[in-house]
Design a protein around this ligand. Structure first.
Ligand SMILES: [Cu+2]
Length: 327
């Protein structure tokens, strides 16, 4: 048990009292009641010029430590950990995310400030532990405010979400040359263009090429199980479902190569089910498309030629396979 000198600031109402530290609590007692045979007399607590007890600097350290995770979590303040978006809809999604995050910070900050204020303002005083703060009820303006304000907030968030969702799911008319079929399979991707396809599995990471600044329609499905078509820098993900066609439109706003991957656990090599999206200028896309179509036509002609030669070389007519029967 320790005893502090008389007048130890605001802890005691009567400045002739002393503060007794019992080890578990601080108590104010008249000086003449203290049994000094069991006490140690301390010089005084840390007080300011007015005689009030000041807080230990250690408390500021604890407060800074509590704030540290927010500063050290690694999220950039400008993008709040999201991608800025490489497509029109990706950027709209990003701006929606920014707005939601700023709204959450403002509302969360106000809520936290009110909680902290109420906790400090109406906390139990040591010398007055049984006191009950003034009770307030049936405060109609306040009740209406805290009912109406959250409803308005939800409606505002809902309205912005609907606008962006409608933009993301819109299906404007698109030229056939800008329509790409995407089929997911265990464990790879096939991209179908007019006249040819590009396919690749696991580590070969097939590449989907598309033009910059033009609407590109994606027709997505799956050959076997449920997959996820996700391009992180487009801020876009969609299920690839067997027997279901999902359609959506991209309009890339910058050239470059972007990383894509399957986001649904679809089997043993799911983690290797990558692909790339290469955005090139519209002019380069036209050249690439034409060259791939020419190449595909040459391969098809060559394959057909080989088949004819085989048939001729065998000298025996081969019955065409019409399927569905043996005779
Ligand atoms: Cu998959």
């Amino acid at each position: 048990m320790t005893v502090e000198a008389p007048g130890a600031g605001a802890l005691c109402r009567d400045h002739d009292d002393v503060v007794i530290d019992t080890g578990d609590d601080l108590k104010c007692r008249p000086l003449h009641t203290v049994d000094y045979s069991r006490c140690v007399l301390q010089p005084s607590r840390r007080t300011d010029d007015a005689g009030r007890v000041t807080r230990s600097p250690r408390r500021w350290g604890v407060a800074l430590l509590a704030l540290a995770p927010f500063a050290l979590s690694g999220c950039g303040l400008s993008n709040f950990g999201a991608y800025p978006g490489a497509t029109k809809t990706g950027r709209s999604t990003f701006h929606l995310w920014q707005g939601f995050t700023i709204g959450a910070i403002v509302i969360g900050g106000m809520t936290l400030a009110l909680i902290v204020y109420a906790s400090l303002r109406y906390r139990v005083k040591r010398h007055d532990a049984d006191a009950v703060p003034r009770q307030t009820q049936y405060h109609l303006p306040m009740e209406i405010t805290y009912t109406v304000v959250p409803i308005i907030i939800v409606f505002v968030l809902f309205a912005f979400t609907v606008v962006v969702e409608n933009e993301v799911t819109a299906l404007p008319a698109v030229a056939a040359s800008n329509t790409i079929g995407v089929e997911a399979e265990q464990w790879g991707w096939t991209f179908s263009y007019p006249g040819f396809t590009i396919a690749g599995q696991t580590t070969s990471a097939p590449e989907m090429v598309m033009p910059e600044g033009e609407n590109v329609k994606i027709v997505l499905t799956s050959a076997d199980v449920v997959h996820g078509f996700y391009i992180k820098q487009f801020n876009f993900s969609r299920y690839a479902l067997p027997g279901i066609i999902n359609q959506f439109t991209f309009n890339a706003q910058q050239t470059g190569t972007f990383f894509g991957q399957c986001t649904q656990l679809c089997g043993v090599y799911h983690s290797l089910m990558w692909f790339r999206v290469k955005v090139v200028s519209a002019h380069d896309y036209g050249l690439w498309l034409a060259s791939q179509q020419t190449r595909a036509a040459r391969i098809a002609a060559s394959a057909a030629g080989e088949t004819i030669q085989e048939q001729n070389g065998a000298g025996v007519p081969i019955r065409p396979d019409y399927g569905g029967g043996t005779s």
